[in-house]
Write a protein that binds this ligand. Structure first.
Ligand SMILES: [Zn+2]
Length: 243
């Protein structure tokens, strides 16, 4: 039986990459971005990174062999969390420069469709502020999507017990939503003996069942998003240059 083709770019050899690109098998690339930052007392600092890579990988598996995940930037813009030692933060200029270089790398490798999938709220405003510049510079079908934006008000009302405001409760920060995802996908990151030992007790309301449903919906909708990119139904418009 032929082994399943790899979905993580870093696991390929240069020959394997070259041959898959030359055969026009590779249609889209996901660049996950996130943060390594404090997530209250009970959730591991890798949460945003781990969750966005989990989602990106699952989406690439759904669309195998056409999509690769290109990781290259674990830390994000987290100055607002630096009061808690252990958080790693990049200043916006450094972060956006590094992201632009990663986009350039995968564009030069041959990808026409590139999705920057975001797992950390602090990256959103800086990325959106420069996206028109990114589009002009990279000239690709280049999209930016915070993964929780595929969820709706109805999802929040149906699945969250402690509040359903967007973005305060969904995604919120290390509360019911994020904790449920941790319980469902990487439970070793959730310290259940700590989750009520802090002023915000809402994380202890999270369940793995809730997280599984959230992840199924997110993975299905991001898969749909990137499939539409590949099929030419979701095209980023490059804004005009100054006349
Ligand atoms: Zn988070």
């Amino acid at each position: 039986m032929k082994p399943k083709s790899e979905v993580l770019l870093r696991k390929l050899t240069r020959r394997e990459f070259r041959e898959r690109m030359r055969a026009r098998e590779l249609k889209a690339c996901i660049i996950p971005i996130a943060a390594i930052e404090q997530h209250l007392e009970h959730l591991a600092m890798e949460h945003d990174w781990r969750s966005v890579v989990h989602i990106a990988t699952a989406v690439a598996e759904e669309l195998r062999p056409t999509v690769l995940v290109a990781e290259g930037l674990m830390a994000g813009i987290s100055e607002h969390h630096m009061k808690h030692p252990g958080t790693l933060s990049l200043s916006p200029g450094v972060f956006l420069s590094a992201l632009s270089e990663l986009v350039d790398s995968v564009a030069r490798a041959g990808f026409e469709n590139i999705l920057v999938l975001n797992g950390h709220g602090g990256n959103t405003v800086p990325c959106r502020a420069v996206w028109d510049q990114f589009l002009r510079r990279h000239q690709r079908n280049l999209h930016f999507l915070p993964y929780w934006e595929v969820l709706t008000d109805a999802d929040a009302r149906e699945l969250l017990k402690c509040g359903h405001r967007i973005p305060t409760d969904l995604p919120g920060h290390a509360q019911e939503f994020e904790t449920s995802i941790g319980l469902a996908a990487f439970p070793e990151n959730v310290r259940q003996d700590m989750w009520t030992d802090q002023s915000d007790k809402t994380p202890s309301e999270a369940t793995a069942g809730q997280g599984t449903i959230f992840l199924e919906r997110i993975i299905e909708r991001v898969t749909c998003y990137i499939r539409e990119m590949i099929e030419g139904k979701r095209m980023a418009e490059v804004p005009p240059f100054h006349p």
